[in-house]
Design a protein around this ligand. Structure first.
Ligand SMILES: [Zn+2]
Ligand SMILES: [Zn+2]
Ligand SMILES: [Zn+2]
Length: 94
């Protein structure tokens, strides 16, 4: 999965916006063809992602700042939470 901010105006994820820097502070102008010139980003959320190799869902979150995702503190906090959850699930007895 990916950690994204979704624009509250046009609904597109932040990695659709022109990437002028590593975080959403540098992303305002959406390139999704929606005409949104000043995106208002919501809090980070998870979005599905599929493997380009075999088209299966990727369940591990991509690290913030990779694959064009945002690397702000909020995204890193959510990532840490998700990774912590994944580790706990792996370690839990079945
Ligand atoms: Zn848009
Ligand atoms: Zn927008
Ligand atoms: Zn972020």
């Amino acid at each position: 999965m990916l950690i994204v901010h979704r624009c509250q105006t046009c609904g597109h994820p932040d990695y659709w916006a022109s990437r002028l820097g590593p975080t959403i502070d540098n992303r305002k102008h959406c390139e999704g063809g929606c005409g949104c010139r000043r995106c208002t980003w919501g809090p980070p959320e998870t979005a599905p992602r599929w493997s380009s190799a075999d088209n299966t869902p990727v369940t591990t979150p991509a690290e913030p700042g990779t694959l064009g995702t945002c690397a702000c503190d909020d995204c890193r906090a959510l990532y840490a939470e998700l990774v912590g959850m994944a580790t706990a699930q792996l370690g839990a007895p079945t």
